[in-house]
Design a protein around this ligand. Sequence first.
Ligand SMILES: C[S@@+](CC[C@H](N)C(=O)[O-])C[C@H]1O[C@@H](n2cnc3c(N)ncnc32)[C@H](O)[C@@H]1O
Length: 185
Amino acid sequence: MLKGILHFAHYLLEESIDEGEVVIDATCGNGNDTLFLSRVVGKSGHVYAFDIQQQAIQNTKQELEKYHRENVTLIHGSHSLIDDNVQQDVIGGAIFNLGYLPRSDKSIITKPDSTIEAIQKILAKLKKDGLIVIVVYYGHDGGANEKEAVLKHVANLDQKLYNVLQYGFVNQKNNPPFILAIQKR
Ligand SMILES: C[S@@+](CC[C@H](N)C(=O)[O-])C[C@H]1O[C@@H](n2cnc3c(N)ncnc32)[C@H](O)[C@@H]1O
């Protein structure tokens, strides 16, 4: 069976992240991926979760409290500030969900420059065979611009150093999200 986008994103991370590792949710939003990562790395691991909106940090905090997850640091700030907030030298994996916070202000969106800066900073610390999974939503204002910039950037990563996968359904209408996954070789 072909996996749906969110299912495949989690599948890729589950396959590549080990218990005890340090991982990143670059856009925590309502906390779904943060909760997922918290379970994958377990008590001995740690998740650093970023969002620029207080509402998203609050939503994620509530979600984590509901399930008594204590292995997460929430950072109210841009993912481009990863180096200031994550002191560990090795990152086991990361996820980005581009776009806006569902059921919230659609004008507060991820932007190409900070997204690409964060991708590069994570790649520098990513373990061998580790993955950055980027779920690209682009139907909103500003989304197409970010999609083009990020696609161009990852398509130009040196193939000797990284494998870059694109996964999506090409016959779906209304700008369906797709996945970009970067694996460090
Ligand atoms: C599509 S939502 C994330 C959904 C989330 N993964 C979930 O499971 O609910 C995108 C989020 O990125 C956040 N965002 C936008 N720019 C950001 C930045 N520079 N750094 C961190 N988060 C950012 C938005 O505030 C929004 O909450």
